[in-house]
Design a protein around this ligand. Structure first.
Ligand SMILES: C[S@@+](CC[C@H](N)C(=O)[O-])C[C@H]1O[C@@H](n2cnc3c(N)ncnc32)[C@H](O)[C@@H]1O
Length: 215
């Protein structure tokens, strides 16, 4: 085979491998949705465009602890690890044991701490990770289908573990979560990510900056 022929073959092999990996991940995600629709809240994982939109304002150099709620198959997790400083920690909490098991088998990174549990217990998990506060919390939780009372409890506990000036980043198909964020956070910004399927809302909630300046 000529050099050009070999190069073409490699491109097709890489493409086939990558597509196979995506289909595999989507299959796992879809199967979990069929089993636990209320817990998963979406048929397919988030898009890379949504990942970039949610993470675009993060001050990575100041980040020591980044918490992710509902990592699923790791759509955000991998990009967070790509950008996270070498001495920082990513604490990823998911209620679904199959997702935590999948991530443990597919991502080998000493900065990643996986927890099978509920985001409502985040304070305990942050303490067990050796931290007092988090710089960022990112949430992929389906707030509109969580059991009664769980959404407000998670928002309260998140507010409590964020450092002054820390941010709660929430992506969501429904606007209902706005009513949970607005009374708990000092600043709240919102935008659409139209390139996600389906289009998705991005909320950026921040704790009091004045406290950060006083600290
Ligand atoms: C819409 S999926 C998001 C998956 C992935 N982050 C993405 O963007 O493709 C919601 C995730 O939240 C998890 N989840 C639901 N309730 C939870 C809770 N109380 N605590 C932690 N994770 C939870 C589900 O198991 C699932 O992985």
């Amino acid at each position: 085979m000529t050099a050009i022929g070999m190069k073409k073959k490699k491109i097709w092999t890489d493409l086939a491998e990558r597509s196979g990996r995506y289909l595999d991940q989507w299959g796992i995600f879809f199967r979990q949705f069929v089993r636990h629709p209320g817990m998963i809240g979406s048929v397919i994982p988030s898009s890379q465009q949504l990942v970039d939109t949610m993470l675009e304002g993060v001050d990575w150099q100041r980040t020591r602890l980044f918490v992710e709620y509902g990592p699923g198959i790791g759509t955000f997790t991998r990009t967070i690890l790509d950008r996270l400083p070498a001495d920082a920690t990513l604490l990823a909490i998911d209620l679904n044991a199959d997702f935590i098991d999948y991530l443990g088998r597919h991502i080998a990174d000493p900065r990643l701490r996986l927890v099978h549990g509920s985001a409502a217990d985040v304070e305990r998990y942050v303490g067990e990770a050796g931290h007092a506060q988090a710089d960022y919390v990112l949430s992929g939780l389906p707030f509109s289908t969580l059991p009664e009372g769980v959404g407000p409890a998670i928002c309260d506990r998140t507010r409590a573990i964020l450092r002054p000036g820390g941010s709660f980043l929430v992506y969501q198909y429904s606007a209902r979560v706005r009513g949970l964020l607005a009374p708990r956070f000092t600043e709240l910004a919102e935008r659409w990510e139209w390139r996600n399927v389906p289009p998705c809302r991005a909320f950026y909630a921040r704790t009091d900056m004045a406290l950060e300046r006083a600290a």
